[in-house]
Design a binder for this molecule. Structure first.
Ligand SMILES: [Zn+2]
Length: 472
């Protein structure tokens, strides 16, 4: 089957082109002026923008945490992503079994039947020994080319510096990329312990026990370990001004260090955690200050930060009260678990569907970035860095027909009514947005048509990623 998107303006990372897009089955066949194709289904995109589907490289669907589980699974999360213009999501595989292969198998069992858009996964390396070391290169056969390490969560997820150094060297030799969660685990453990003993248990203490200096220091530490290992590194969810400074320094030194941030770190501060509903904003690392917001915007503008992701990991604000989701009443224990103790609040927040619509208004309309730069950080760079390009992340002949037709004039009042996450709140509730996805295609199939969902469980395909991806 052929589909012809007619009369739109194509936005790629580098170009703005007035052209039609001819889709043949799953692929983009041709771009051109006034294409005529009698047997194609014609979609009128006059006065609309034609964007590559977004690539969100940082999601946590069905992640067990704090006695509950993140409330979007691979189906509901993919559906929310699609409504926000995102057509590829990369999740994380927990290292909670004997071998890496078993972990990958287990993750596939959960993700594959539910996936509604194309997807992949990173492997968390949260314990390290010679056996794990020997298994890492084998992940490439499974299509997994990226590893995540943590410098926080002592005795749970954290590796020691020497172990991180070893992981980086193995990754480098195999053409893989190491991703790092940058905080100072030792200081955090001490501060949390002190907060508990002093009875400082309200949500704002979540932020106060995870200082920005720890994140800043960990970015430099990660860069330094990567330099000594001769390896590339990718810093996830950058949140502090000092992190941007350290990343800028590392890049000035010619090191292959890259970074991502997430919308929540651009718009919110520790003050949000001090509100009565502060638990909604609890994620790790935490929100910082207005100065940090500003420096992150600047880091994006100057090209120091290459990727916008979400760290989507939603929980209900009040998981005792059901919401309607696809005609069913759903309630999943959430932030209320820590009503009297911030250490028991599951860490994470919704965002996979918000990323592109919220940023279009607040980055493109506000003049902070061009539409091309928007596509670059939300679609193209993540596809390049994570070995998906040019199959994903752009609009060109031969690429997958993952496309978001964007209506730049559409005004909406955003919030849970439009965001489709399976949770009971949205951080951008009541925000006025101008510019919104109208139709979304996943490999040539229309899956979102206005407010109508046409996607299906199991239609998403696992994408085998290639090693030796681009370093930007
Ligand atoms: Zn995360």
């Amino acid at each position: 089957m052929k589909t012809l998107i007619k009369g739109g303006t194509i936005i790629t990372a580098s170009e703005t082109i007035q052209a039609d897009v001819l889709i043949n089955e799953e692929k983009i066949q041709r771009l051109g002026q006034d294409i005529i194709e009698p047997d194609a289904l014609v979609i009128d995109a006059t006065n609309k923008l034609v964007l590559p589907g977004g690539v969100d490289v940082h999601t946590h669907f069905s992640l067990p945490m704090a006695g509950t589980i993140s409330s979007d699974d691979h189906y509901t999360g993919h559906k929310a992503a699609a409504f926000g213009g995102t057509t590829t999501a990369i999740d994380f595989i927990s290292l909670d079994r004997e071998t890496l292969d078993e972990c990958v198998d287990e993750w596939h069992k959960i993700a594959d039947p539910l996936a509604a858009i194309d997807y992949s996964a990173h492997m968390n390396i949260t314990r390290f020994d010679d056996r794990i070391a020997s298994q890492i290169p084998g992940l490439i056969k499974r299509g997994i080319t990226t590893l995540k390490v943590f410098t926080a969560y002592n005795n749970r997820l954290r590796l020691q510096d020497g172990e991180i150094f070893k992981v980086m060297r193995i990754a480098k030799n195999a053409g893989m990329l190491t991703m790092m969660h940058a905080e100072n685990g030792d200081v955090i453990e001490i501060l949390i312990d002190e907060a508990i003993r002093s009875g400082n248990l309200s949500p704002v203490w979540h932020a106060r026990t995870r200082p920005a200096w720890g994140a800043t220091e960990a970015v430099l530490r990660g860069s330094s370990l990567a330099a000594q290992a001769g390896a590339p590194l990718y810093i996830v969810h950058m949140n502090a001004a000092g992190e941007v400074d350290q990343l800028e320094y590392a890049r000035k030194m010619g090191l292959p260090i890259m970074g991502e941030t997430c919308p929540q770190y651009l718009f919110f501060t520790e003050d949000n955690l001090a509100q009565i509903d502060g638990a909604k904003w609890i994620c790790s690392p935490p929100m910082r200050s207005a100065k940090d917001n500003a420096r992150l915007w600047e880091g994006l503008k100057n090209g120091i930060i290459k990727v916008m992701a979400t760290d989507h990991c939603p929980f209900f604000f009040d998981g005792t009260k059901p919401i309607k989701y696809e005609e069913e009443n759903i309630a999943i224990p959430g932030k209320e678990l820590g009503k009297t103790d911030f250490t028991k609040i599951p860490n994470g927040l919704p965002g996979v569907g918000d990323r592109m619509p919220v940023l279009w208004t607040n980055a493109v309309n506000s003049g902070r970035m061009t539409p091309n730069h928007f596509v670059e950080i939300n679609c193209t760079n993540p596809a390049k860095i994570f070995g998906l390009y040019p199959q994903k992340g752009t609009i060109m002949p031969g690429s997958d027909a993952d496309i978001a037709i964007w209506d730049p004039e559409k005004n909406v009042t955003y919030g849970i009514g439009l965001s489709h996450h399976r949770t009971d709140y949205n951080l951008y509730e009541g925000w006025h947005l101008k510019g919104f996805p109208e139709k979304v295609f996943s490999r040539g199939k229309l899956i979102v048509d206005g407010e109508t969902w046409l996607g299906k469980k199991g239609d998403g395909r696992f994408i085998h990623r290639k090693p030796f991806a681009e370093i930007l």
